[in-house]
Design a protein around this ligand. Sequence first.
Ligand code: 7TP
Ligand code: ZN
Length: 364
Amino acid sequence: MKAVASEPALARALHRSYILRVSSDTDSFEFQVSEHLRLSGVYWGACALHLLGELQSLDAAQVVSFVRSCQRGCGGFGGNLGHDAHMLYTLSAVQVLALFGALHTVDAGRVMRYVASLQRPDGSFAGDEWGEVDTRFSYCALCCASLLGKLGDIDVAAAVRYVRACENFDGGYGCEPGGESHAGQVFTCVGALAIGGELGSVRSEELAWWLCERQTPGGGLNGRPQKARPDADVCYSWWVLSAMCLLRRDGWIDGEALRRFILSCQDEEEGGIADKPGDLPDVFHTFFGERGESIHGTDGVPPIDAAHAMPASVMEQLRAEQALEPSRTLRGASPPRPRRGRPSSVPHRRLQRARAAPRRRQSS
Ligand code: 7TP
Ligand code: ZN
């Protein structure tokens, strides 16, 4: 028998200080190169902290005010102050506000007018006014609308029809009709269908096979059928796992092997998680690594709503307040876990939104 060294575990305290360090050290290389996607960086960092039970380590008022300062006249959000609005950052903004219980600080109708303005007659969505179309933006639109409780503001049936048109013979999905299947696109399409209430139209068996074939001998997951070299990457653990979870097939992945891969990508000295062993950590992979860990429950990472990519506790709160449709959490198919002993780190929230106008029921 092999001698077993001390059991590896998620370095929670190190990751917390890593995230706080990179979000305050504005002179760092990482901060500089991510200037254009700051709003998404804030979402990755804040969500990663939330999963560590440490959201209160951030100054909520400061974050919320920064997010709001990125909103443009059109109602959408740019990636940073003064940047043009884009669907990607509009979703990040809504996600961050939801994390901090601050959705009521924006005019949801105005945000949705921006989102709806990017839907095209075939149901697809452009990323911004320049018109690049991609199923990623369909996901952003549906997720945004769902978090705001305003799915009725877009043409969900047409959106779903377009995403379905991007399904391939292998059961996977691409970024446009005929586009090659890729784990990231599979997540956005399956997530969009889940939010749109059309998971039943997914060819689950074929797709789950394609997804579980993404696991490499090292335990990590890759994004598509083997290219030249083994290319497992921590962030794919999320794309693949959450899609599997939505299809109720997350048990098809070797979770223990995946966990070992993710833990081997941790920086044991400085904190943070890298894309692969030996690489430099970043906020993006730290967040996605934690999300991959969430499936086990062993490292104390709380469950995540697979479709919305948000902590399940935040979604519960939103649903209570907005009567959203239920959707599955990342550990939904696994045996129930004891409830977390620690109270939610989310500050007490009031999401009483002005409901002057009668709310439209979402048609399903
Ligand atoms: C360092 O090179 C990249 C390449 C692509 C940096 C960003 C991008 S991206 O914006 O198109 N994007 C997100 C992404 C972010 C980071 C990163 O963010 C580092 C530090 C920060 C601080 O906020 C790093 C990579 C990255 N990628 C690229 C990538 C991931 N795994 C391997 N690679 C080469 C993903 C990429 C696309 C993306 C995926 C999900 C999502 O929600 C948004 C964008
Ligand atoms: Zn990656």
